[in-house]
Design a protein around this ligand. Structure first.
Ligand SMILES: Nc1ncnc2c1ncn2[C@@H]1O[C@H](COP(=O)(O)OP(=O)(O)OP(=O)(O)O)[C@@H](O)[C@H]1O
Ligand SMILES: Nc1nc2c(ncn2[C@@H]2O[C@H](COP(=O)(O)O)[C@@H](O)[C@H]2O)c(=O)[nH]1
Length: 198
């Protein structure tokens, strides 16, 4: 399995600095996407990997910007072709990180950020030990449920599936390099910035 090199800190003209893979994971509804959006607004040098999914678009989501929305058969074909860096089934749909774009940006020296669920984050941790893995926690389970419901974009059934899965995901937080509680938004964002840039 291919392992991404870690930036050495020492750079020469012959070998430009290599980028790094950053993974943001945590339960659905904890605020990963909102944190990611704010991070990308503040740091335009970051490259955000757009995932492929078999989930239907939510109102306002844009093809090629929010996700690449594809059929299950197309997704399975891409899996068979080795086109994903990682992939997983979550709450009844497939999600995956397109491999080529991520590797190209890493090799051109970018910090590449992924926002993915637990199983995919575990795959990245195994395949790319040099990746920085950040786990986002809610201040409480009740607040997590409030946020998922308040988002108002999933059916009751989808919310129930996500909350069931959230218990398993939260129990895995310590597997990752850094744990950040997204209680006060600006504090959590500052902690992510500190992890990335200091
Ligand atoms: N610190 C915070 N305090 C209160 N609400 C928050 C906070 N951070 C995010 N939220 C809200 O929580 C809801 C869920 O956030 P978001 O969609 O970013 O979660 P997510 O982890 O990306 O979910 P998913 O993994 O399902 O995509 C949104 O309505 C968002 O505005
Ligand atoms: N393993 C992967 N998980 C991904 C990817 N893209 C998004 N996700 C995660 O899926 C859930 C559900 O997302 P939603 O948009 O339906 O709410 C959430 O935890 C995302 O972070 C991916 O490429 N691989």
């Amino acid at each position: 399995m291919q392992v991404l090199p870690i930036p050495s800190g020492a750079t020469t003209q012959a070998s430009p600095p290599l980028g790094r893979l950053i993974v943001l994971t945590g339960p659905s509804g904890v605020g990963k996407g909102t944190l990611m959006k704010a991070l990308l607004q503040r740091h335009q040098e970051l490259y955000y990997s757009i995932s492929a999914t078999t989930r239907s678009p939510r109102p306002g989501e844009i093809e090629g910007k929010s996700y690449y929305f594809i059929s299950r058969s197309k997704f399975e074909q891409l899996v068979a072709q080795g086109e994903f860096l990682e992939w997983a089934e979550f709450a009844g749909n497939y999600y995956g990180t397109p491999r080529a774009a991520v590797l190209n940006h890493i090799h051109s020296g970018k910090l590449v950020v992924l926002e993915i669920e637990l199983e995919g984050a575990r795959q990245i941790r195994t395949s790319y030990p040099s990746a920085l893995n950040i786990f986002i926690l809610p201040p409480s389970f009740a607040e997590l449920e409030k946020r998922i419901r308040g988002r108002g974009q999933d059916s009751d059934e989808a919310i129930a599936r996500r909350l069931n899965r959230a218990e398993v995901e939260i129990a895995a937080a310590e597997e990752f390099d850094i744990q950040i509680v997204n209680d006060d938004f600006e504090t959590a964002l500052g902690q992510i910035e500190q992890a990335l840039f200091s």
